[in-house]
Design a protein around this ligand. Structure first.
Ligand code: 5GP
Ligand code: ZN
Length: 114
């Protein structure tokens, strides 16, 4: 999808600070980090949001969550704690309509989130 920012990042048409990549996903630093560690994990395939994930593709998200755990470990925040966020649609604050997990950590966070 040429008009999708994260598709363009996945296709390397827009540069990003990539921290992990395999055949089906890419992880890179958020351009406006909200915590000392703020990584985004995206599938290379375009799904606009969780609402648009077809039945049968749920395991992909499971592998992305497992990657969030592995990256938290690699970034040294597994023990101190981290948050994995999946914003979906308008009220959540989703701005980029290509499904992505935020992995945030390295500081104390409030709960519930605002
Ligand atoms: P959302 O609000 O959709 O859940 O999150 C979108 C995230 O993408 C935001 O945290 C924002 O800072 C990040 N972002 C937006 N544009 C870019 C970009 O061009 N590069 C990177 N690395 N992150 C971006
Ligand atoms: Zn996309």
């Amino acid at each position: 999808m040429d008009d999708c920012l994260f598709c363009r990042i996945a296709a390397k048409k827009i540069p990003a600070s990539v921290v992990y990549e395999d055949d089906e996903m890419l992880a890179f630093d958020d351009i406006h980090p909200q915590a000392p560690v703020h990584v985004l994990i995206i599938p290379k395939e375009h799904f606009a949001s969780l609402n648009d994930l077809p039945e049968g593709r749920e395991a992909l998200l499971g592998r992305m969550v497992a990657k969030a755990r592995d990256l938290a470990e690699a970034k040294g925040i597994a023990k101190s704690g981290y948050r994995v966020v999946l914003n979906t649609a308008k009220d959540s604050g989703q701005n980029v309509f290509h499904i992505h997990f935020h992995v945030l950590g390295g500081r104390k966070m409030a709960c519930p989130p605002g």
